[in-house]
Ligand binder design. Structure first.
Ligand code: ZN
Length: 415
């Protein structure tokens, strides 16, 4: 089996691997680079057949619905088959109309079922559901030409589905020749350190909520479903209702999982930001709005009793919160990757908080396995070689494993 990392050998994002066997090809992930300012076709790797005109390209397999893994699907032919988890496909479809610019919602292709192999031409693919901050995320085992390649995707051991990690290392897929292993956490924390678990984070959130006399705003991604669950649970235990916007309601519904917080739960309420009200009117999403309005609140409700709510904050809400004049005693919890904040994505939120004299608290845990968990994983799966991918620290792998093989972006090699 031939392999080419198009991007990701030296960056944590823009993942794209091409595999070749018997003159047929498959692509694993087609992600937007982390530093891309917008989803532009200029980032698309030069791969034959992305226009749908080269039948040797059999399809694209997406590991999980994060933009650094699927974003560039927006620029390929709709005739190309795209594999992914069925809930991930529903989430992309539900989210796309809310996003500015061009976002993909692939309709056709293979729906993964964990540990159920399927064939695409000369390739046999076995998806494995993994614990990650994206919902419905998979690692992929690809067999061809008598070789077994394991693509880790992005994963962790300390989330709400951490038992998937423990199950896999207790009963690993055998005889892996090559492992393409993500290393997002390398260099972020020490090799003998771990991240706090999602359950520990939930307790931190609970303490922060309990100590807040006014409105709690938690800035996170609505698609980080584990986090939404943590926020929901911490809110319930501190007598608060979870406030979501229509986009979040639609994403939660798309999981198809009744155990995930939903807009019709007793402790969940809908609050539609002004920008979204216009979006709803423009697109005539009245039925959608109706579907998620079993309890809808407005500015006056938040103003009357801000301490009764935890808002799943999005910058869109600032105008409504200003109008409601409801920020006395409020707290702002930043609960996503600190890099977005540091590089200036939310400078406008920063200025707004300063204006209201609200301090930012940071309560977060990573979506990626710690170096220690990565070591446990490699030890258990015992691959013939480990190839760095999705990392800013490829050179670090050599300090952790004895069988590292480095490949530059764009080089073809044999698995
Ligand atoms: Zn990623």
């Amino acid at each position: 089996m031939k392999v080419c990392n198009h991007r990701g050998a030296k960056e944590s994002g823009g993942s794209c691997v091409e595999l070749g066997s018997n003159s047929k090809r498959l692509i694993l992930d087609l992600g937007l680079p982390l530093d891309a300012d917008k989803n532009d076709i200029k980032y698309l790797p030069e791969i034959s057949g992305l226009d749908g005109k080269d039948p040797s390209l059999l399809g694209v397999l997406i590991s999980h619905p994060h933009v650094d893994h699927f974003g560039l699907l927006a620029h390929i032919s709709p005739d190309i088959q795209v594999g992914m988890g069925p809930a991930a496909r529903r989430i992309l479809k539900a989210a796309a109309p809310f996003m500015p610019g061009k976002w993909p919602a692939p309709e056709n292709g293979w729906d993964y079922q964990s540990e159920v192999p399927f064939e695409i031409g000369p390739f046999t693919i076995t998806p494995y559901l993994v614990d990650h901050s994206a919902y419905d995320a998979y690692a992929l085992l690809i067999e061809a030409d008598g070789k077994r390649l394991f693509y880790s995707g992005d994963f962790r051991a300390h989330g709400r589905k951490g038992k998937l990690f423990e199950q896999m290392i207790a009963n690993p897929p055998p005889k892996i020749n090559v492992m393409l292993l993500e290393g997002s956490s390398l260099g972020r924390i020490g090799d003998d350190q771990t991240f706090k678990t999602e359950q520990e984070l939930e307790q931190d959130l609970e303490h922060a909520f309990a100590a807040t006399p006014g409105l709690v705003m938690v800035h996170t991604s609505a698609q980080n479903i584990d986090r939404v669950v943590s926020i929901m649970r911490a809110s319930k235990r501190t007598g608060r209702k979870l406030v979501i916007d229509l986009y979040t309601a639609v994403v939660l519904h798309a999981t198809g999982n009744a155990r995930i917080p939903q807009s019709d739960w007793r402790d969940v309420v809908l609050f539609v930001p002004k920008y979204q009200r216009k979006q709803i009117a423009r697109n005539k999403w009245f039925e959608l709005l109706e579907q998620h309005s079993s309890e809808r609140i407005f500015e006056r409700h938040v103003k009357r009793a801000p301490q009764k709510y935890t808002l799943l904050f999005r910058p869109l809400f600032q105008e409504n919160l200003d109008d409601a004049n409801c920020l006395a005693g409020a707290a702002f919890v930043y609960s996503q990757w600190s890099g977005y904040w540091a590089r200036g994505d939310y400078d406008q939120v920063k200025a707004w908080l300063k204006h209201h004299q609200i301090k930012k608290q940071e309560l977060h845990t990573s979506g990626h396995a710690s170096p220690m968990d990565l070591k446990r994983f490699v030890k258990a799966l015992n691959p013939g070689k480990v190839v760095p991918i999705h990392t800013f620290q490829p050179d670090h792998y050599g300090k952790m494993y004895s069988n590292v093989e480095m490949h530059e972006d764009g080089d073809w090699w044999i698995a």
